[in-house]
Write a protein that binds this ligand. Structure first.
Ligand SMILES: Cc1ncc(COP(=O)(O)O)c(C=O)c1O
Length: 380
């Protein structure tokens, strides 16, 4: 029987779990079902798995172990960052960018919030951010790598701006903190992440994007940050995330995090070559345009539009050939809403409806990309 080809090119939506990690996780599920809060020996061993996992993540990111809070995925990390800070500073406001993931925008809407625009390349307009910050701003949240267009933000410039504003505030006797959060969910595979060097106070991480288990992840919270829990109960995770720990997921996330950063250099090199080949070949067609900055772009993302082509039609046609690509955010795809990210970079509705996102990953080969190109050319 002829096996249908299967070419997966939607790694920004989900990554397949690393088989080695899954094997190790299975062992943890069976051997460490004990509640890490109990005091008998087996439970103490389970607690050791938990704390070793925390250490693994903290050493990878070069932060303190007590600054890592394990949560169930990127959405929860983002919700904890936004609501956890804003519930503490209810009379203050926050600023988010116009291209944040819904798991930032939705919690932000519950508070006094402002949106900083991006330019046509997808980069935050830092002069506009400076104007939006007022005496009551307590939190700024800007995602490091955008999930739709792969644009990498210049966090260091934002950190420098924040430092100046805080110094100015102090000189005027205003003691309100100005925290900086970044959603790093799409960044761990391709950028060396050290929150301290980036100058952020909070950073969200997501296991499901780094070949780890779904519903796993962490929020880095710098010591001294005034944050309040959003899930209340037994006080696990330094009182910031109650509930009996999902040890296998936590362990799986920690190993995935370490591995992603360990193989980063080689993967970036390999994936960039494939991505650049795809961009080069697509650019030969004058009807095809790349969405978002080419220069400030993560290694695995190509988001492009094809004039006169309906993206849904193309996605389904490619799917019938066993090739899986996306129109952008998975959340928008199922709701058939136009992407707020593509709107923010000022694409017209027609341009948005003709846009496709291809995201590469560990299993992607040059051969697969040549097949993709063959079908794209055939279909248009
Ligand atoms: C940038 C970004 N943040 C947050 C999330 C939310 O992650 P999850 O749906 O795994 O909770 C995603 C997932 O697509 C993402 O790409």
């Amino acid at each position: 029987m002829n096996k249908k080809q299967s070419i997966y090119l939607d790694y920004a939506a989900s990554t397949p779990i690393d088989p080695d990690i899954l094997n190790q996780m299975n062992k943890i599920v069976l051997d460490h079902f004990y509640n890490p809060s109990e005091i008998y020996q087996e439970a103490v061993l389970s607690r050791k798995v938990l704390e070793d996992s925390r250490l693994r993540v903290s050493q990878t990111l070069e932060v303190k172990s007590s600054e890592i809070i394990f949560v169930a995925g990127g959405t929860e990390a983002n919700n904890l960052a936004i609501s956890g800070i804003m519930e503490n500073f209810k009379d203050s406001n926050l600023i988010v960018s116009s291209i944040e993931h819904a798991s930032i925008l939705k919690p932000a809407e519950q508070y006094d919030y402002k949106i900083v625009p991006v330019n046509a390349q997808g980069l935050v307009e830092i002069d506009k951010l400076a104007k939006l910050i007022d005496q009551n701003t307590v939190l700024i949240s800007i995602l490091l790598v955008n999930n739709e267009i792969g644009v990498i933000q210049d966090l260091k410039s934002i950190t420098n701006l924040i430092k100046k504003i805080v110094a100015n505030r102090r000189s005027q006797g205003n003691s309100l903190p100005l925290y900086f959060h970044t959603d790093g969910c799409q960044a761990l595979n391709y950028l060396r992440l050290r929150p301290t060097r980036l100058g952020v106070d909070l950073m969200s991480l997501n296991g499901s994007k780094i070949y780890g288990p779904k519903q796993s992840g962490a929020l880095f919270v710098k010591s001294g940050t005034k944050i309040t829990p959003i899930i209340l109960g037994g006080g696990q995770e330094f009182n910031l995330r109650s509930g009996t720990e999902n040890l296998a997921n936590i362990y799986g996330f920690s190993v995935a995090c370490q591995k992603a950063q360990f193989i980063l250099k080689d993967e970036v090199k390999r994936i960039t070559q494939i991505r650049d080949y795809l961009i080069q070949e697509l650019s030969l067609n004058p009807k095809i345009k790349i969405n978002g900055s080419l220069r400030h772009r993560v290694a695995n993302n190509i988001n492009f539009r094809i004039e006169g082509i309906d993206n849904e039609w193309l996605i389904l046609k490619l799917d019938s050939e066993g090739i899986m690509v996306s129109s952008g955010s998975a959340c928008n795809a199922s709701k058939q809403e136009l992407s707020h990210v593509l709107k923010a970079i000022k694409l017209s509705d027609d341009q948005i409806r003709s846009s496709i996102r291809v995201t590469l990953g560990r299993r992607t080969t040059m051969e697969e990309i040549k097949i993709l190109l063959k079908y794209i050319n055939k279909l248009i």
